[in-house]
Design a protein around this ligand. Structure first.
Ligand SMILES: *Cc1c(COP(=O)(O)O)cnc(C)c1O
Length: 370
């Protein structure tokens, strides 16, 4: 099969500008055809050590980076299970931050929410007031809220939480990591997680979590930490360059190749490329408005995610009609999420996409919407 720079030439399912899964580079995809190896023993230990070194570099951390064979939601559950004893506070402003709260309840915890409308962000001073009025084991938040395209200032929010020493900071950075600056150690994030199929631009199947030392101490006394996502088991196995259970090896092979590619680009360059793609998308929305097609970026200026843009459609234009028309032209954008399904579309400008490809997509969208 012949291949282009960023994907197989034959794309039976279209060019992916979804907010996940994202398009996988052919070289990364091809790594999945390598033969299996045992996940116990010297070969896999050497392999895992190499992967771990690179993971620490891309996550800007000196902490271990745990790899779970699950989608990202699995590690959201791990975060809550290992940090929560009785009560957590969930900052909600969209579907995925609401999911964090739902997971907390499903795991038997009491969950309070500091809720703002979808598309808005949380005020650090209001967060402080919540923390002064309750005792919380942890605060959950989404870095890039993929339903609305809002980027939350997790660094500022974490700084407030640090004044409450018994409260841990748990961050879903599923569409943040790889697309925007993230420094778990410097920012004092106790657990940050992501999945393989978003800005990491890998096939789905793996998720990644970075725990602080405080998080690992807390896990020892967390009553609901369960088994599959018990971080103490992850730690014990990490020390032996192993995983607690059989990993999705084929995706790990892809990961090894993708880490090399990411480090060759450099994380700062990667963040800059995402910022440019996002800015181009927002400019396009303005251009469309200037041409009489009243599109709007849902997220407020200054609080926009560099990996995904949720676009509010003009009255009378249906989200599913737009996404279907884009599919007919051989491309894919995301539909609106949940209650935003009919009124928005989502452009996932993340992973290994280039500005040229994004411009190609925007030309298609212009045709569909004009
Ligand atoms: C995609 C996504 C998830 C869920 O990821 P899965 O891998 O499907 O479990 C969680 N949070 C955010 C912000 C996401 O974008």
């Amino acid at each position: 099969m012949s291949q282009t720079a960023t994907g197989p030439a034959e794309r039976p399912y279209g060019r992916f500008f979804l907010p996940g899964p994202t398009e996988v580079h052919p070289e990364v995809l091809a790594a999945q055809t390598r033969p299996m190896m045992s996940h116990r023993g010297v070969n896999s230990q050497a392999f895992m050590r190499g992967v771990q070194d690179d993971l620490q570099e891309v996550f800007c951390t000196k902490r271990p980076v745990f790899i779970a064979t699950s989608s990202a939601t699995g590690l959201m559950e791990a975060a809550v299970r290992n940090a929560g004893r009785t009560k957590i506070l969930s900052l909600t402003n969209g579907a995925f931050s609401e999911r964090f709260a739902a997971i907390g309840r499903a795991c038997g915890l009491e969950v309070d929410t500091y809720q703002v409308a979808w598309g808005e962000t949380h005020d650090p001073d209001v967060l402080r007031a919540h923390l002064e009025n309750g005792v919380y084991d942890a605060v959950t938040m989404a870095h890039s809220e993929t339903s609305t395209g809002v980027l939350n200032d997790i660094q500022a929010l974490a700084t407030v939480v640090h004044d409450f020493p018994d409260t841990l900071v748990l961050v879903d950075s599923v569409t943040g990591f790889g697309a925007v600056e993230l420094r778990p150690d410097d920012w004092g994030i106790d657990f940050v997680l992501t999945g393989s199929q978003k800005a990491f631009a890998l096939p789905p199947g793996l998720s990644f979590g970075v725990p602080s030392a405080r998080m690992m101490e807390r896990a020892k006394e967390a009553p609901y930490r369960g088994y599959y996502f018990d971080l103490l088991l992850f730690q014990q196995n990490h020390e032996k360059d192993q995983s607690p259970t059989t990993p999705a090896l084929s995706v790990l092979y892809s990961l090894e190749v993708q880490l090399t590619r990411m480090l060759a680009e450099g994380m700062e360059a990667r963040w800059a490329r995402h910022a440019e793609m996002a800015q181009r998308t927002w400019d396009w929305v303005d251009e469309m408005r200037g041409a009489g097609i009243p599109l709007q970026v849902m997220a407020p200026e200054g609080h926009r995610s560099p990996s995904v843009t949720t676009v509010l459609l003009p009255d009378g234009v249906s989200g599913p009609d737009v996404t279907d028309s884009v599919v007919d032209r051989g491309w894919l954008v995301g539909g609106g999420y949940g209650k935003l399904k009919s009124t928005t579309i989502r452009v996932g400008h993340m992973g290994d996409h280039t500005m040229d490809e994004l411009n190609g997509l925007l030309a298609v969208l212009t045709g569909v919407l004009s």
